[in-house]
Ligand binder design. Sequence first.
Ligand code: FUB
Length: 318
Amino acid sequence: MKTRLIAAAAGLLACAAQAANPLFPNRFTADPAAFVDNGTVYLYVGHDQATPQDKDYVMKEWRLYSSCDMQHWTDRGVPIAPSAFKWAKGKVDAWAADIAKRDGKYYFYATVDHASIPGRAIGVAVADKPEGPFVDARGSALITNDMTLESNIAWDDIDPAVFQDDDGQAYLYWGNSVLKWARLKPDMTELDGPIHTVGVERYTEAPYLHKHNGTYYLSYSREFPEETAYMTGPSATGPWKYQGVIMAKNAKVKTIHQAIIAFNGKNYIFYHNARLPGGGEYRRSVAVEEFAYNADGTIPFIQQTREGPAANPGAACK
Ligand code: FUB
């Protein structure tokens, strides 16, 4: 009897460990990009490899995890590193990314440092599977720092977020200090028309577009240190109405970088904090919370928890 109780307790502890935030206790991770495909959640993260002494980001690769129940995560390795983009400096700059699927191919939009055009740039890579390997889809950057002149900084063209509307039109949102967007051609590798800006008060970075019950939600990091806020609108291009803050600023790290998905009938927000032991500004950790929309479609304020979401086994678990 005693043995059985001990075994049951050990089982509970194992479950709790798998469910707890931050999601990946053995690795510092940041900038979640979440994507649902074939009943599975794919979570791409930047790998924070800075030592406690480093004074900047050291990110040599993006890593991929997948889950069919939002509790158990499988490490799928390194689908791509900055060196995939030959035009990039390609060493320690695997900043935020996002992913989309079109016509059976997977497109990975990523921030890297450009080798010859000063500043950050956005590239796009393509693969036949979510796990990659991803290869540069263009052989050149999709966005470079000299294409946008609103901010006089080298890091204003970062944090790509890709959204495909129900009519097939794809959009790219990005930017630090000024939020920018452009349409993408059906090939997903070229801009289709001009770059637009959205005037957002106290906007910092990390735009993310998702749609729920016909309403478009444009979330982003607001102020610095950052909190997560969002706006809603009637289309992927606005006009946008500010709706408020949904996640509070972190302790020990100024960034927060969210991604919002629906999976198997429930809604989730991924973000990062610095709660892993030894965590900090350049040693972040990705976490996730479940949330439910209010009756009027607004998103409630979401607390960060240690427990994370309850198990939600989808079709791919069976
Ligand atoms: O990870 C590097 C940068 O920090 C990202 O591009 C921003 O969103 C912030 O999280």
